[in-house]
Design a protein around this ligand. Structure first.
Ligand SMILES: *Cc1c(COP(=O)(O)O)cnc(C)c1O
Length: 468
């Protein structure tokens, strides 16, 4: 967020909190206080400042982890000072990052004889930036060799219209045309009949999504790979696939190993995922891997010193704490393959229970009932008689502490208003049962409430905050 002066107001009066004279102070908003204050008081005051935020565990909007084990939290707190970029001072941390990359390369079937490489990032957004940049630079090298006039058109990136906002950022920041393929109306994912119509000599790559933010569905990466294979047979201007597996990258390998979506497919050259989504680490950690070093142009690699020598790095940021990387490694050590699988399967069962109960109410049509990821997406039935809409239901649920977003689908389907629930590992069955009780109570309350009439046109224009 960007902050400015108008966002803040000095409080008009002060009320000492717990009787300590130190607490008789206004928290600084515009400039530093002249005097310092006791650590315990400062702690209490800042902590209290955060008191009325939503309860993260009841936030069914976010994909991000809201629980880690005490041992993990302790380990991460104890390693906060480690700077991830300082490979020379922290060689063991560097080794741990390296092990995580190797583990992911194995999970994502990077060719064993190939020269894969990868790095941790702050989240999938940074990972997508790096994946996108590598595509742009590699495309330019290939196109230059073939004699293409690089100035005649902007390079473009092809992706379905249900992309996550980081791809729009990538295209804006690096001056690339974002070519949106309207969603397949039946499948609500990348349209395999039309996607290749958007590709030309200026296409830096095609992005497939494993875990579409809007619905939790998957693009059909295997089919996309076949289409690309066929396309590349007939042109010198080869095109490749980056898979945005922000959610799926840490889910599919454990729960749905039969799905082909990763480096097993020849034209998938890079993959990103968020360690802080189904990787089960607190935010922010992400990963990006390439199937082979040849897809990462040297211009993008910067060397930092490492044990008297040099080590290649690729990152948008420089200094940041390594504690998230260490948290990721802790989870790998602690859970192993079976642990991740069991946790995700339990989460999936919870999701199935919730959607079954929602369906039973008879009011909703299911857009995605945890078909793959434990993500639920539903709309009101077309013939619903009630006066209220999904936005009202979101508000009502919020009164009981639950955050469940309502929003329109992208472009060609924006008449479809949906509500989404992201089930995470810390949403246990008992809590899910409580949620369903609240959900039903909210329906009951709305049915008997006096809901102000909605003007349908106005309603369409309203896009409620929805960013992830
Ligand atoms: C969440 C998400 C992102 C952005 O990831 P962050 O880790 O939050 O930066 C990108 N793409 C998809 C598909 C996502 O779901």
């Amino acid at each position: 967020m960007l902050f400015g002066k108008k966002d803040q107001e000095e409080s008009k009066y002060l009320d000492p909190i717990f009787g300590n004279p130190n607490e008789d102070a206004d928290l600084p908003k515009y400039k530093l206080a002249r005097k310092s204050m006791q650590a315990d008081v400062a702690y209490r005051m800042v902590k209290d400042e955060l008191e009325d935020e939503g309860n993260a565990r009841q936030n069914l909007a976010t994909f991000c982890q809201t629980y880690m084990e005490p041992e993990a939290t302790q380990l991460m707190a104890e390693t906060l000072e480690k700077n991830a970029i300082d490979k020379s001072e922290y060689p063991r941390t560097t080794e741990i990052e390296n092990r995580c990359v190797n583990i992911l390369a194995d999970l994502w079937h990077a060719p064993k004889d190939g020269n894969y490489l990868g790095t941790s990032t702050v989240g999938s957004s940074e990972a997508c930036m790096l994946g996108g940049l590598a595509m742009k630079f590699a495309w330019r090298k290939r196109a230059e060799k073939l004699g293409l006039d690089l100035n005649a058109h902007k390079p473009n990136l092809v992706i379905s219209s249900s992309y996550q906002v980081c791809w729009e950022k990538f295209c804006t920041y690096w001056d690339i045309e974002l070519r949106e393929v309207p969603l397949d109306e039946n499948d609500l994912s990348l349209n395999m009949d039309t996607v290749m119509d958007y590709v030309d000599e200026y296409t830096i790559g095609i992005v497939g999504i494993m875990g579409i933010t809007y619905t939790g569905r998957y693009d059909n990466i295997k089919k996309l790979n076949d289409l690309v294979e066929e396309y590349n047979k007939h042109t010198d201007y080869k095109v490749y696939i980056h898979v945005d597996a922000a959610s799926g990258g840490f889910y599919t390998p454990f729960v749905e190993p039969e799905i082909e979506w990763d480096f097993k497919l020849k034209n998938v050259v890079s993959i990103n995922s968020s360690g802080h989504k189904y990787g089960l680490v607190y935010p922010g950690i992400g990963w990006v891997l390439w199937r082979d070093a040849k897809f990462v142009p040297q211009d993008l690699i910067f060397n930092v010193s490492y044990l008297g020598g040099e080590m290649p790095t690729m990152a948008i940021n420089f200094s940041r704490s390594a504690s998230q990387i260490i948290g990721q490694y802790y989870n790998f050590v602690r859970y192993g393959f079976d642990g991740y699988r069991e946790i995700h399967q339990r989460t999936h069962e919870v999701a199935k229970y919730i959607i079954k109960e929602i369906k039973k109410t008879g009011r909703f049509k299911v857009v995605n009932g945890a078909q793959h990821l434990p993500i639920l997406c539903y709309a009101l039935k077309d013939d619903h008689a009630q006066e209220w809409n999904l936005y009202d239901l979101s508000d009502r649920l919020r009164m009981r502490g639950w955050q469940v977003p309502t929003y329109p689908m992208p472009d060609n389907l924006n008449n479809l208003i949906v509500q989404r629930i992201v089930c995470r590992a810390d949403l246990g069955m008992n809590v899910a049962i409580e949620f369903i009780e609240d959900f039903k109570a909210c329906l009951e309350e709305l049915d008997h409430a006096h809901v102000l009439a909605h003007h349908s046109d106005e309603q369409k224009k309203t896009t409620y905050g929805f960013t992830h």
